[in-house]
Design a protein around this ligand. Structure first.
Ligand SMILES: [Zn+2]
Length: 64
């Protein structure tokens, strides 16, 4: 038996999964439209650059 989950709205926009405050800033996890997990660390310091971790999916408009 196959279960099909209806997905009428196909979006490639990343979905925020969780958000954690750390001593250095905010760490957020996203699930990309392609299904890949991405981590973005946003420092509290305005002079520090946000860091993103995670691979890239070729052809994905968000992470490819
Ligand atoms: Zn992607």
């Amino acid at each position: 038996m196959t279960t099909t989950i209806p997905n009428p709205q196909v979006s490639t926009a990343p979905v925020e999964l969780s958000r954690h405050a750390t001593s250095e800033g905010t760490v957020m996890w996203f699930r990309c439209g392609c299904g890949r997990l991405r981590m973005v660390s946003t420092p509290d310091s305005p002079t520090a650059r946000p860091m993103a971790a995670g691979g890239r999916t070729p052809g994905c408009p968000e992470c490819g």
